[in-house]
Design a protein around this ligand. Sequence first.
Ligand code: ATP
Length: 421
Amino acid sequence: QASFLHYDSDLLDYLPQQRRKLLLKLAKEASLLGYNLYLVGGQVRDLLINIPLNKDLDILLEGDLKKFFVHLENKYGYQYDYNNKFSTGFLHNQYGFSIDIASCREEKYHFPGSLPLVEKADLFSDLFRRDFTINTLVIDLNPGRSGILYDFFGALNDLKNGILKVMHDYSFRDDPLRILRGIRFQILKDFKLSSKTIEISQRSLRNYDYHKLAIERVFTELSYLFKSKQDLSQFASVLLKEIPVLKLIKSDFEFSSSQKSNFLRAEKLLAQSRENSLGVNHFLVRLMILFYNSKESLIKSWPLSTLEKKIFVNKIWENIDFSIFEIKDPALKYRRLEFFKKEELIMFASLNFESDYIEEIFKHLKRRETLKIPISGHDLLDLGVKQGPEIKKYLLEVRDQILRHQIENREEALTYLKKIL
Ligand code: ATP
């Protein structure tokens, strides 16, 4: 049963002017074909809780999307991409935000985690297949009804209470990525999964076999969480214990207490890396901590870059000699530490958190980001050095002297070079 919520003021007034105008124009064109147009999804949710709007506009069409696109093309010359299989499309525009349009549809799943078979449906059924109630709010765009908010599933109440409620008991069986989405919403957007939703996620992870789930899809969703520059301690301290979602990646995944403390340490170090703008690959570090002892063959089957796989599999941080940190000559110490990638040093620091070397590691990484050599290869050519490896050798020698505080600027660097050449 639909519960209609009429707002005193038009909700669309809260959208930036350009978006509002474009949406109303599109809805008017849809109505000429006898179709209905609605604004849905994250944009409506965020509008209602005053979160700055992200870039996408998600629009739902009750009608034939292909015909709608053709109509817009004929009348205004609008360009579009249309996906017949999923009845979805993308409308190109000059305003710098993306407009995704989909025909209202139902989804049928053949096995847990399969890609859905899509069938045309009405607005209600389309909303019913969504992940959480808070994502089912709709703003009508149609002439005469524009700006009215529809709340079919008690979403407004959940939104006010900041609660994530799954739409139905089999939602996570159909698409377990929704569990990861829920965890992401809880951690990054400050919502809270309802206890029933947690129960359903636990049951689904226990009862269904997701081995046919495409690993690329899991990694894509996981990356939204793991790439985040926010603190993810909550993931380890609460969520992983409650919802063993990483079983989607490794079916026998266990979360030990040492993994938990390593993860929490890594979070502290990643926060420090952000404060120092070190550009550390958060996704990789978090993955390596959680899947530390996984088999090489498993890691190699994941959609990671060649370099990421190499860092993960080689675990070179296990062989970092503590004596490096005792080296007195700053230039030599730099050369030895430089050999390791940032992520390798962060892993070393996470696993040796009690050591006195954490500060040293950050000092080094910061230096790595900021250190500039005040001369170039051209200067060396001008001084008569031959093209080839000699150039690099002298550049590094200058760098050594900078690290030893013997050289401070370009002038001193050139004087030094003239002397040694
Ligand atoms: P964000 O702010 O992260 O972009 P969003 O809710 O807009 O949040 P999208 O991934 O853009 O996220 O999805 C748009 C809408 O599509 C969502 O609001 C949700 O209703 C629906 N949706 C997305 N992924 C799923 C899914 N796996 N299962 C069900 N519904 C989904």
